[in-house]
Design a protein around this ligand. Structure first.
Ligand code: NAP
Length: 289
């Protein structure tokens, strides 16, 4: 079994980005600049945004964190986004989700200029991705693709099963694995909460990508001998073993399946760190547009 080490791979990517930024700045160019909008005081969102801002510093980007009050109206938020859309010093913009219930997330995402949409959630970016045209690929699926590429996992003609069809993970990774490119050219099956015979379908997977958010959902009986397994899930559970009193579990029962697979991502340290690295990569690309 080979561990798909997202921590190490993401650090390699960050080093490559930092080197490129250094070159740009030494040649008189401008540092890439990411703006992040955080609405309200959601603890998890705060943690994610802070990690993104810190990652920007690490690779030499400029970053701007815009904190807005929970009670902001949809129109006020749209105005903030429009200001950033027309601000030439900012290359990429992310709006941390989820937003408060009174704000329509789709409307907000549609307001972000597609040239600055480094999260890749704008419908035009998703459309371009589907057609294999230049676009920003959402960071988590992009991280999965990069891991597969850097570990040279064969995907052409393979059966790829994806559990989950969310707009940020399951759906885009299914499209990417089916595209006529590498990684891609797989025969893709998408499973969701209405799917039947999940165990039997998973058992046929050469590549199993799991993104449903249910800890230890995938067990050894669902795995084909020698499969490559990518676990996107992150669930925080209480633990009496760790100092903090909690730990993170993936959607795959790692201990149960690890001896049966060829490749597997750990949780934590697999897909998670790759997500931030790919956001930085998208921001670097945006700065070159
Ligand atoms: P989501 O929006 O809740 O989507 C979950 C998907 O799983 C849905 O398509 C749902 O089906 C499907 N599903 C739920 N129960 C199922 C079941 N019993 N059998 C088959 N399919 C089932 O979740 P998400 O945003 O994609 O996130 C999934 C997990 O990945 C979460 O643990 C999240 O924390 C994690 N995540 C990690 C990263 C990272 O950077 N590592 C990034 C994003 C998300 P329906 O469509 O029918 O409801």
């Amino acid at each position: 079994m080979i561990l798909l080490d997202g921590k190490k791979t993401s650090n390699d990517i960050k080093d490559e980005i930092a080197l490129e930024v250094n070159g740009i700045v030494n040649n008189g160019g401008k540092k890439p600049h990411l703006a992040a909008i955080l609405v309200g005081n959601n603890g998890a969102s705060e943690t994610y945004v802070n990690a993104k801002v810190k990652a920007c510093e690490k690779v030499g980007f400029d970053s701007t964190l815009i904190r807005l009050k929970e009670a902001i109206t949809e129109d006020e938020l749209i105005n903030e986004i429009i200001k950033i859309n027309i601000n030439d010093s900012i290359d990429g913009l992310i709006v941390q989700l989820p937003l408060p219930k009174h704000i329509d997330e789709k409307k907000i995402i549609n307001t972000i200029s597609i040239e600055k949409d480094v999260d890749g959630f704008h419908p035009k970016n998703i459309g371009n991705m589907t057609l294999n045209l230049p676009c920003f690929i959402p960071a988590t699926p992009a991280g999965i693709i990069e891991l597969i590429k850097r570990y040279n996992i064969e995907t052409s003609g393979k059966n790829c099963v994806v559990i989950g069809r969310s707009h940020i993970v399951g759906l885009p990774i299914s499209i990417l694995m089916a595209r006529n490119s590498y990684p891609g050219n797989s025969t893709v099956t998408i499973l969701h909460s209405r799917s039947k015979n999940i165990n039997e379908i998973c058992k046929k997977a050469d590549i199993l990508i799991v993104a449903l958010g249910k800890a230890n959902f995938v067990t050894s009986e669902m795995i084909k001998e020698g499969a490559s397994v990518i676990d996107v899930g992150i669930t925080r559970v209480t633990s009496n073993v760790t100092k903090s009193g909690w730990k993170l579990l993936g959607d795959v029962d790692f201990e149960n399946v690890k001896d049966k697979v060829s490749y597997i991502t750990p949780v934590p340290g697999g897909v998670g760190p790759m997500t931030i690295a790919m956001l930085l990569k998208n921001t670097l690309s945006a700065s070159k547009l």
